[in-house]
Ligand binder design. Structure first.
Ligand code: ADP
Ligand code: MG
Length: 696
């Protein structure tokens, strides 16, 4: 029989030791092809490198022993509990082995059977030494030498034992031809990588621990390098294909705005604006992400950049995730641009609801009667056309998908510059993988005079005390927020005992705060009512605002000094941090009070973390640990490739090396062609898995 050619795309059932029945069980683990099996990497390893003589077993320590069974029997202790005992003997001593309920053993293991056993023993003076915690064992053929080594443990289900996995993997590896090197030799050498073939074999059956490390590093590097190359490629293409705009140098108009600002820019703001200025003056389109914690002053950077585009004769667009924020930006802009002959337009829900008003605004946009247009998603509606769009700024990027970002960008015949701002403190590791096509600027420094917000988690028993404190703050001239998770209450929520914003508003405004101007704000209200209330709160006419999370992002009322969050356990960490960021924006000391009676561990640890730090980056790392990256990014995570072996937290060092390597690699045109063919080769060799990895 002629041997058929080995293909990675072959069904896994053709691997010796698998077959159709086990293939079905493997499919539940996502393993369909030989390639899937090959890249089903071990979860961990057992150290089977050293045999212990039975005489040398230390109670409580893991030992690997080999011996011959001299006796085996079973006792039914009670229903559903059968104990199987065997005596195992080697040349030094004997030991009693104990299994529970595995009666099938009696058929396979008899006096004379040789076993390799790994487990822990205990000692008591009555029954002597007994191995009662058996982790795994293998039945050896009469003359078979036990195979010692670092043994893989695979992620598995009950249907597939470790033994089956190991055997199948061994058979797969022995039938697999030697893998060709996929990376250029130069790169392999520079990065001190071991060959791909050796890495694949040693990740499953490591020769020793040093080789295992090297194998892991090699495979993680490949994964990360390919992703980075993909991202660099996108970055390069957007920059190559079409022509961008070179903005004029900062002139009188930008200076006039700087002059009008009621404060000086912080060092970080200056630095970020320098980055932006440089990008905008460059011919290549700007693709920049500004990351700055809540309250770090990102809006003014957007303002300056937009003025810069206007100064060069272009229009600018500023997209905000909520109506309230768009209005707020509009107000800030009109105030700061007053008298400078720059016209600012607002495209809000109010405008788009009536056709007449909408058409009017659309016309003004396309006729370039507005220099700067601020709006929500309304900006990316079909009917909106710009005359000469030079810059697009999106605020709180994590709320917009990547596709929305590019829709706005396409509303121009030119390639407008693009600035993305986010307060979501995405850890550097994540930025590299998710936003690898963007350049990143950081604002770490907060404007001067900010006092750290004091955060306290309390139970409902302290409510009275808390509201007395809020009252005192308001009487001292400050303002406060009370945030609740729900607007009204459904039946189930009534049962769950969660007060809604409406109820809390009723209680507070008719009770302890009855002599104080209070208002209720939530997402189901008419936009015009929302605007009114925000305006009054902003002007200080309303002192206490009971609200849902509509105020979560961006709202800026510096006089507010207290944030009370009811049922704090119902919010995520990032969300709580955003809410907390609504206070601490002025000179007064600010407080964030988290009310919760929860006893759940995860919720409690969230509250603990918030109490312990104001640093958004630290919080983000914690949040990722608590919930994992999928949760953290939600929808926006689309396109984040599935990593099989690399871990963007543990492998940050490899990630940075891979990124640097990709950066050098992709700038070279020869390499670019090589990379394109590399992807093709990989697609041929491995099915389309590698394409999935590299397609961002
Ligand atoms: P965010 O980064 O959260 O969007 P904002 O841009 O809303 O922050 O700024 C928060 C507050 O800080 C605003 O009231 C703004 O006017 C003020 N601010 C911004 N920059 C400075 C600065 N350099 N000095 C003092 N206050 C500043
Ligand atoms: Mg903001």
């Amino acid at each position: 029989m002629s041997k058929t050619k080995f293909e990675f795309t072959d069904n896994v059932m053709y691997v010796k030791g698998v077959g159709p029945r086990r293939a079905q069980a493997l499919e539940k683990l996502g393993i369909v092809t030989k390639y899937d099996l090959l890249t089903h990497y071990p979860r961990t390893y057992e150290n089977h490198t050293e045999l212990t003589d039975i005489a040398d077993i230390i109670p409580g320590e893991i030992a690997l022993i080999v011996g011959t069974v001299i006796d085996i029997d079973s006792h039914e202790i009670r229903r559903n509990l059968t104990i199987i005992n065997a005596i195992l003997k080697d040349k030094t001593d004997e030991i009693k082995l104990t299994w529970f309920n595995q009666t099938w053993l009696l058929k396979k293991v008899r006096a004379g059977t040789r076993l390799l056993v790994i487990g822990k023993a205990k000692y008591d003076s009555w029954s002597g030494l007994e191995m009662n915690q058996i982790q795994s064992f293998t039945i050896l053929e009469p003359n078979e030498e036990p195979e010692l080594g670092i043994t893989p443990v695979y992620p598995s289900t009950a249907a597939i034992t470790q033994q089956v996995f190991r055997t199948a993997m061994k058979n797969l590896l022995s039938s697999m031809p030697k893998l060709k090197e996929i990376l250029p030799q130069k790169l392999v050498r520079e990065q001190y990588l071991i060959p791909l073939d050796s890495a694949m074999r040693n990740i499953h059956f490591p020769k020793d621990y040093a080789t295992l490390d090297a194998a892991r590093r090699r495979l993680a590097f490949d994964e990360l390098f390919l992703i980075q190359c993909g991202l660099m490629l996108i970055k390069r293409q957007t920059r190559d294909e079409r022509l961008g705009i070179s903005h004029k140098k900062n002139g009188a108009l930008v200076d006039a705005v700087l002059e009008k600002l009621p404060f000086n820019l912080t060092g970080d703001q200056k630095k970020v604006f320098r980055d932006v200025t440089k990008d905008m003056e460059d011919k290549l389109p700007m693709r920049r992400l500004i990351q700055g914690d809540v309250g770090s002053g990102k809006t003014v950077i957007a303002l300056l950049a937009l003025v810069k585009t206007v100064q060069s004769g272009f229009q600018g667009a500023f997209m905000a995730p909520t109506e309230i924020l768009a209005n707020q930006h509009y107000e800030t802009f009109t105030k700061l641009l007053d008298g400078l002959n720059i016209s600012v337009g607002l495209l809000s829900a109010k405008v788009t609801r009536t056709k007449k008003l909408r058409d009017e605004v659309y016309k003004k946009i396309s006729a370039h009667e507005f220099d700067i247009v601020i709006g929500t998603h309304a900006l990316i509606q079909e009917g909106v056309t710009f005359d000469n769009l030079g810059l697009v700024v999106t605020d709180e990027q994590h709320r917009f998908g990547v596709s929305q970002r590019s829709t706005l960008e396409k509303k121009s015949s030119l390639v407008p510059d693009m600035l993305v701002m986010t307060a979501t403190p995405i850890p550097r590791t994540m930025t590299l993988t998710v936003y690898g096509d963007l350049d990143v600027s950081l604002i770490k420094e907060l404007p001067p005079g900010r006092k750290p917000i004091e955060t306290q988690a309390v139970t409902t028993r302290s409510r009275k005390k808390i509201y007395d404190f809020v009252r005192a703050e308001i009487l001292a001239g400050r303002q406060a927020y009370v945030v609740c998770p729900l607007i009204g209450r459904s039946e189930s929520e009534r049962l769950a005992d969660i007060e809604s914003a409406e109820e809390i508003f009723d209680t507070l405004s008719n009770g302890i705060f009855r002599d104080i101007p209070c208002a209720l704000l939530h997402g189901k209200m008419k936009p015009s009512d929302k605007d009114d209330i925000m305006e009054q709160f902003h002007d200080g006419a309303i002192k206490l605002l009971v609200s849902t999370t509509v105020i979560e992002v961006g709202v800026d009322v510096p006089n507010a000094s207290v944030m009370v969050i009811e049922h704090a356990e119902r919010f995520g960490l990032a969300q709580l941090h955003q809410l907390r960021g609504r206070v601490g924006r002025g000179a007064a000391k600010s407080y964030c009070i988290l009310i919760s009676d929860t006893k759940a561990d995860v919720a409690r640890s969230r509250l603990d973390v918030l109490e312990s730090t104001n640093d958004g980056f630290k919080l983000a790392e914690e949040d990722l640990k608590l919930r994992g990256p999928g949760q953290f990014f939600g929808e926006a995570q689309h396109g984040l490739p599935d990593l099989k072996i690399a871990d963007v937290f543990r492998d940050i060092e490899i990630l940075i090396q891979a990124r640097d390597a990709a950066e050098n690699f992709i700038t070279d045109d020869d390499n670019l062609n090589y990379f394109a063919s590399l992807r093709q080769n990989l697609a041929v060799a491995y099915g389309d898995k590698f394409n999935q990895i590299t397609e961002a």
